[in-house]
Design a binder for this molecule. Structure first.
Ligand code: MIG
Length: 654
């Protein structure tokens, strides 16, 4: 059961799309109101779990942490950093059977048993809020009810489940050709290559560098003929430059955010001074979405949206050292941080949106910016294309999962961030972001061969499987680490699992389900799974059990019910029935071990090197179940429905 309680006069966030009955009753929390704030508190029982908050630091169980919803461009992914790129204000209380969504686009601070306080504090910097209150003893069912209320998740094309390569630093056709050639030569599957900002003419959106890509359409066609799609980045700010048609049109038709005095707000980002499109206006979303014609006309079918917190390097208000923002970020991250936070707040307080004809300060609706960029892009692409497209964004707010996926931003090549990737996947799925993934191998820092292989073995199970790294770091493509055999082996698993991953994703998105979930959702009575965060359910059949410690080829796995252990070595799947309880698994760097639930099956395809070869007809069924409900289609058409599910039967000889 979901009800909502309205405080003041909240701005529509469009997070929840379903009609929810209103109540006057405040459940679960006590409230203190002061001018400009709503302060909610509730006591925790000593051992209870607290889930939610999507893309934040901390663990899946959020106890012990302080988290601030205030979308921030930050590479500091440590527990001392309270804000990442997203605001997902959902809290779930599995042990007491309730959940609360604090739907407000401004800053919200969550302290959850912080410093052992024994309580939850939620401080909203506003008097206007829609509070969604949910009740169900079964937290998995409650979470699904929430997903139904925020609307069906984004449906990517089949090729978006292939493996992608990216790097901040690829510049020209030759760079992309080299990646494609070397993957092909190494015999490692590849479906797309991301184009980072250097493909553009001086970082101007909806342009392409004339020398680096003399004929983008022809190049896109050549690559597509090889089964490789190009996926360009699109940043939030539009360069201030007379002669730039998008800039001129945007100024003329009032599409940019304004200063208090009515002038256009300017912020320094990659292209230099830019204006920020007012994505909160429907007219501006439509206009911005139409700009994607530049790419779709050239045959492009996938995009990533960046810098949409929005990130600001410097502005008219905060000149000085921040001109060197990016360099400073790398050299003196700490020194810059303190200054940057103050400056950014000043920036965000200084510009305005038009919401239903009223001028609204950006600071008060800050967390909606990226989500509305995603919405603009997605709705535009829907009118421009007659098939499904790939779209993922850095910044987000709950509800944006209807329009596209997310990636978790600038992580580092560390074992800690590999673990963080797992935690994020569980938490962002709770918030309706089914299509998600981290920068595989890590963005900052130098990735080792071992770390990349183990990270790939995790990303095999995440919908977005993209290897991405920053310029200045060691080359991180799978062919850069000597003998490619182990990489071929791990990535081949992704392709053999494509029928399963695609089918499970589509069923989840169309059926208001999570794609990745914690074990406790499925084994709520099992005390032992409560704190397991390094084993996750992927779809309805698979439990992933990755090795995420350096130098280890073994780990302990807790098997909560009778399961089938599957050991993959790049060629064969060896299945072993397992009793419930603890056991040790063994996987060398070229191997993956996962488990299949009792009475379930996993369809496995033939070895392939590209998603266009997926064959939904010749499947092998692993596991001890009798039937598998397979969702299959042509991978691109928009007519997706659960009616396409067909039942596969396993012929048994016991
Ligand atoms: O200021 O486009 O998170 O993935 O490679 C950095 C360059 C801007 C941040 C993104 C990262 C991307 C990079 N971008």
């Amino acid at each position: 059961m979901i009800t909502k309680k309205i405080f003041g006069n909240p701005i529509a966030t469009y997070a929840v799309t379903k009609n929810v009955p209103e109540t006057r009753e405040l459940k679960y929390f006590s409230l203190e109101t002061t001018k400009g704030t709503l302060r909610f508190t509730c006591n925790l029982t000593p051992k209870e779990l607290v889930y939610g908050l999507g893309e934040t630091m901390g663990r899946v169980n959020k106890r012990g942490g302080r988290y601030i919803s205030f979308n921030t461009d930050t590479a500091d992914h440590t527990d001392s950093n309270p804000s990442l790129y997203a605001s997902h204000n959902l809290l779930l209380f599995p042990d007491r059977g309730f959940g609360v969504f604090f739907d407000t686009p401004g800053k919200v601070t969550f302290e959850i048993d912080y410093k052992n306080s024994g309580m939850v504090l939620v401080l909203c910097e506003t008097e206007n809020l829609t509070l969604y209150q949910m009740e169900n003893d079964n937290i998995y069912a409650l979470n699904r009810e929430f997903l139904a209320a925020i609307g069906a998740a984004y449906l990517p094309p089949l090729w978006a489940f292939g493996y992608g390569q990216s790097r901040f630093g690829y510049k020209c056709e030759a760079d992309f050709l080299e990646v494609a050639d070397r993957y092909q030569k190494a015999g490692i599957p590849l479906d797309y290559i991301c184009m980072d900002i250097d493909y553009m003419d001086r970082y101007i959106d909806f342009t392409v560098h004339p020398q680096r890509f003399p004929d983008l359409k022809a190049f896109v066609d050549t690559m597509k003929a090889r089964g490789i799609r190009l996926v360009p980045i699109v940043d939030a700010g539009i360069k201030v430059e007379p002669g730039n048609p998008v800039y001129e049109e945007g100024v003329k038709n009032n599409h940019f955010c304004r200063n208090k005095d009515g002038g256009l707000f300017q912020a320094g980002v990659w292209p230099g001074m830019t204006h920020f499109p007012d994505f909160l206006r429907p007219e501006t979303r439509k206009w911005f979405g139409e700009q994607y014609r530049f790419y779709t006309e050239r045959g492009i079918e996938g995009f990533w949206n960046d810098m949409n917190e929005p990130a600001i390097f410097y502005s008219e208000y905060t000149k000085g050292p921040r001109k060197l923002g990016f360099v400073l970020d790398i050299l003196f991250p700490k020194a810059r941080k303190a200054k940057k936070e103050r400056d950014l707040i000043r920036d965000y307080q200084s510009f305005y949106h038009q919401v239903d004809g009223k001028s609204v300060c950006h600071y008060d609706v800050h967390n909606l910016y990226g989500a509305n960029m995603t919405r603009a892009s997605s709705e535009g692409l829907e009118t421009l294309m007659n098939k499904r497209f790939l779209l993922f964004s850095r910044s987000s707010y709950i509800g944006a999962g209807r329009y596209g996926g997310i990636w978790t931003g600038d992580n580092s090549s560390t074992w800690e961030h590999l673990k963080l990737n797992l935690r994020h996947m569980a938490s962002v799925n709770m918030c309706g972001f089914l299509y998600s993934g981290a920068d595989t191998g890590g963005f900052m820092g130098n990735c080792s061969r071992e770390l990349l292989l183990r990270w790939l073995a995790v990303s095999v199970f995440t919908p977005l499987m993209r290897n991405h790294s920053s310029m200045g770091t060691r080359n991180q493509e799978a062919y850069q680490f000597g003998d490619p055999e182990a990489f071929r082996s791990i990535i081949s698993l992704r392709y053999r699992l494509l029928p399963y991953l695609y089918s499970e994703y589509m069923k989840a998105a169309l059926g208001n389900d999570l794609f990745i979930k914690p074990l406790s959702y499925l084994f709520p009575k099992d005390e032992k799974v409560r704190h397991i965060e390094d084993q996750l359910m992927v779809g309805c059949s698979i439990m992933m059990t990755p090795i995420i410690e350096e130098g280890k080829v073994e780990r302990t796995v807790y098997v909560p019910e009778f399961m089938t252990m599957v050991h993959y070595d790049g060629k064969d799947f060896t299945c072993t029935p397992c009793q419930p309880g603890e056991m040790t698994i063994h996987a060398e760097l070229n191997e993956v071990v996962f488990f299949i639930r009792e009475n379930r099956l996993v369809p496995i395809g033939k070895p392939i090197t590209n998603s266009r070869e997926v064959d939904f007809e010749n499947l092998q069924l692993l596991g001890d179940g009798r039937r598998y409900a397979l969702y299959a289609d042509d991978g691109t058409s928009r007519e997706c429905s659960l009616e396409k599910v067909i039942i596969l039967e396993k012929n048994f000889s016991k």
